[in-house]
Design a protein around this ligand. Structure first.
Ligand SMILES: C[S@@+](CC[C@H](N)C(=O)[O-])C[C@H]1O[C@@H](n2cnc3c(N)ncnc32)[C@H](O)[C@@H]1O
Length: 264
């Protein structure tokens, strides 16, 4: 007779094995849970980093686009000014005196001789499209202190749009006291001129200086640029002392700035 012998593990060993298995399972389960939570945290962290990078990149793209836009509109305005100048020069070459507006470098050099801390108005004659006006404002002269005398009605219209708080007077700078009658409440601290003086005879240039200085406070500068090598205001017998700058090469053509003051 055959008999089947069943081999069962002893009861105590089976429990231990089961107990051992469940401990391992619990440990593995625990570790899996920790790893999963860690993964969730890392994914969330990665998402945050991606969002931050996207935000930064989007910001930079937006900034670059804004900068490009403003450069394009600056370039358009510059081209517009060049075109206006050429038109004005074709209409009246003697009066316009140049086919292109002054460069920012020349405009800044002219403005550098005006002391923004000294209170009072500043007269600019022959502002054209306003490069020197801009440099004066950049130097710290509030727009409302500027009295701009320009002959061309087209340039005056443009100037009043560009510098709405400045006083714009359409008229002849060679008849300065008449042109400025009623516009100048007090004496000016400086006069800045871009008039093409060499298109006028020496006597007219001397008369301009003689007419200008009584409108200025004592010691105030009369600032004039020129492409010429000689003084645009005749100096002999003028009662003026003069200083001349070095050549501003970043202008076409290169120019120098003369600063005249009355000898006290
Ligand atoms: C050489 S452009 C200078 C323009 C501008 N300031 C610049 O630097 O580009 C001379 C300017 O003087 C103006 N102008 C010429 N004769 C004038 C006069 N008698 N009275 C007022 N403005 C005059 C012209 O219309 C022109 O705008």
């Amino acid at each position: 007779m055959s008999s089947t012998v069943r081999h069962r593990p002893p009861r105590a060993a089976s429990l231990a094995a089961r107990l051992g298995q469940s401990r391992v399972a619990t440990r593995i389960e625990g570790e899996v849970r920790v790893t999963a939570a860690d993964l969730v945290d890392r994914v969330a962290e990665a998402k945050l980093k991606v969002a931050a990078v996207r935000y930064k990149v989007e910001g930079e793209v937006r900034n670059t686009a804004e900068k490009l836009k403003s450069r394009v509109s600056e370039a358009k305005a510059k081209l517009g000014d060049e075109a206006r100048f050429i038109k004005s020069w074709i209409d009246d070459p003697r009066r316009t005196g140049s086919v292109t507006p002054s460069s920012p470098a020349l405009a800044r050099r002219m403005a550098s001789f005006v002391d923004p801390a000294q209170p009072g108005p500043v007269i600019e004659i022959g502002p054209g499209t306003g490069p020197v006006t801009e440099a004066l404002i950049e130097r710290g002269i509030d727009e409302s202190r500027l009295i701009l005398v320009e002959y061309s009605p087209e340039f005056c219209e443009l100037l009043s749009k560009r510098f709405p708080r400045a006083t714009i007077v359409q008229g002849d700078a060679y008849a300065l006291s008449t042109t400025l009658a009623g516009h100048l409440g007090e004496k000016a601290i400086a006069l800045v001129s871009s008039l093409p003086l060499f298109n006028r005879p020496p006597a007219t240039r001397s008369a301009l200086a003689r007419e200008a200085f009584p409108l200025l406070v004592e010691g105030a500068p009369f600032i004039q640029f020129t492409y010429s090598v000689i003084s645009p205001i005749p100096r002999k017998g003028s009662g003026l002392k003069a200083f001349v700058s070095d050549w501003v090469l970043r202008n076409i053509p290169p120019a120098r700035v003369w600063v005249y003051r009355q000898i006290r």
